[in-house]
Design a protein around this ligand. Structure first.
Ligand code: ADP
Ligand code: ADP
Ligand code: MG
Length: 451
């Protein structure tokens, strides 16, 4: 096991990683930008090092500062969390060169699955069904036009290096293709320093369904079932649940088993997520692999009893998987609501006031809150707006729905607007309660604009 883990992230996930380190008896180092000096993880970790000014480019993405912080404190491992450098194979490589174990898959596997077009080719070889489209990048407008004509509009253009729902655009008709092709490439270049795009048939109605996997360094892998993440706004998830109520036992076994087989064939190790499109007829298609822990990992933890972050740390230290598939008994139902510092009545505009006067999280049976904020904390405007995740577990879906509503009603946040009232509306909505949810739920049932 490691001696000391450097937590190369901020916010709620930094606290989550600290908790895992504590329980494993591993020391921890927090790193923080000047804007996060009063952050919860800074108070909790054994040591804390300031790595730069507020902008992420000069702090949480500042590779030399992170490596220096690890050397100064003698950290022998680094947990990247999600976002920031978590999916950068070059960073994982630099960690290795500096004798710091990067807690994640190996750099070459990260590169293979991080290229979303390449990942599709690799998964196809393992027999995973793909969304109709290209498994290669489209390198000219003429090629894009040819392929789009074959597939039929609408199509979706996706940045090979994309993530977080960005670098994706839908093209409804042929006339729009030149303009959207050019703008998507430009956006991809700007956001990901890689302008390459690929193209898929646009599937208008489906459920975003993803499988949580866990693999060791010795070619063994298991899954912890699936999550349904169909409540999305602008391709960003807002609510997740586990399990999906839209898979038969046979479909579930097929999706989960092919996810593990595909990941192992790609040489995957650590925790990861294989994302699928589940269409209304029950057909599913591989979408992408996220080679990191995900925001919504707690719902899988709640139904499986497995601590995913502790397992990531154990696996990275070279331990073999402690579970075989039959050891994993999924039980009950879990939901997660992402509480963002945004005003749902003003088109989810980020709240600029910042200061949380009062924060009283919900407690009680089956209720978990992953957060880094507290009364008096000012949410820095420099990073994403996630302030807390409310997670509930209950023996079945109807009870979990009631429990989440209760938890939301129990939550007090004063000083800033949050998405709590939005979540209350969704959890009260009859269609949501029935599970009649596809990725267009907010547009169809909540009078929200698409885009
Ligand atoms: P999840 O699948 O865990 O919900 P998201 O796709 O929402 O993950 O991304 C998790 C976090 O990482 C978000 O804060 C998102 O903005 C950020 N993120 C994801 N991919 C990238 C990327 N390629 N570049 C920058 N930020 C990213
Ligand atoms: P990211 O790396 O940003 O998470 P994904 O490839 O996972 O990108 O796609 C993000 C979201 O975009 C999906 O959850 C889904 O809502 C939507 N999406 C992706 N591919 C398609 C498609 N072929 N048709 C319709 N929607 C899609
Ligand atoms: Mg995705």
């Amino acid at each position: 096991m490691f001696n000391k883990v450097l937590i190369a992230n901020r916010g709620e996930i930094a606290v989550r990683i600290w908790r895992a380190c504590q329980e494993l008896g591993v020391k921890s180092v927090a790193v923080y930008s000047k804007a996060d000096a009063g952050s919860r993880v800074v108070q909790l970790a054994d040591e804390a090092i300031c790595i730069g000014p507020a902008p992420a480019g000069r702090s949480y993405l500042n590779v030399p500062a992170l490596i220096e912080a690890a050397h100064m404190t003698g950290a022998d491992a680094l947990h990247p969390g999600y976002g920031f450098l978590s999916e950068e194979p070059d960073f994982a490589e630099i960690c290795a060169e500096n004798n710091i174990t990067f807690i994640g898959p190996s750099p070459d596997v990260m590169a293979r699955v991080g290229d979303k077009a390449l990942a599709k080719r690799v998964m196809k070889e393992s027999g995973l069904p793909l969304v109709p489209g290209t498994e290669d990048t489209v390198d000219s407008l003429d090629d894009a036009d040819d392929i789009a004509q074959q597939l039929g509009f609408p199509i979706i253009l996706k940045a090979v290096a994309g993530g977080g729902g960005r670098g994706i655009a839908v093209v409804h008709n042929r006339d729009d293709l030149p303009r959207i092709y050019a703008s998507t490439r430009a956006t991809a270049q700007q956001l990901f320093k890689d302008s390459r795009v690929y193209l898929e048939k646009f599937i208008p109605i489906f459920r975003h369904t993803e499988v949580q996997i866990l693999c060791d360094n010795y070619g063994h892998g298991i899954h912890l079932g699936e999550r349904d993440c169909s409540v999305q706004r602008r391709r960003q998830k807002l609510i997740e649940e586990a399990p999906s109520i839209h898979l038969s036992p046979e479909q579930r076994a097929k999706m989960c088993d092919t996810a593990v087989a595909g990941a192992l064939a790609a040489g995957y190790s650590s925790a990861g997520t294989v994302e699928f499109i589940l269409d209304p007829n029950g057909n599913f298609y591989f979408m992408e692999i996220n080679a990191r822990i995900q925001v919504e990992h707690p719902v899988s933890e709640m139904i499986s009893g497995v601590d995913l972050i502790k397992e990531q740390i154990r696996l990275a230290s070279g331990q073999p998987l402690r579970y075989t598939q039959p050891d994993i008994q999924l039980r009950g139902h879990a939901f997660e609501c992402r509480i963002n510092a945004e005003d749902p009545d003003r088109d989810f505009e980020p709240d600029k006031r910042g200061k949380i006067e009062i924060f009283t999280p919900p407690l009680g049976p089956g209720t978990r809150v992953d957060t880094y904020v507290y009364s008096g904390w000012t949410v820095p405007p420099f990073y994403d707006s996630l302030v807390a995740k409310i997670i509930v577990w209950a023996e079945d879906r109807p009870s979990a729905l009631d429990r989440m509503l209760r938890a939301l009603n129990e939550t007090t946040v004063e000083g800033i607007s949050t998405t709590v009232p939005f979540h209350r509306r969704v959890f009260s909505h009859p269609e949501f309660r029935q599970g009649n949810v596809f990725t267009d739920f907010l547009v169809r049932h909540m009078n929200m604009a698409s885009g």
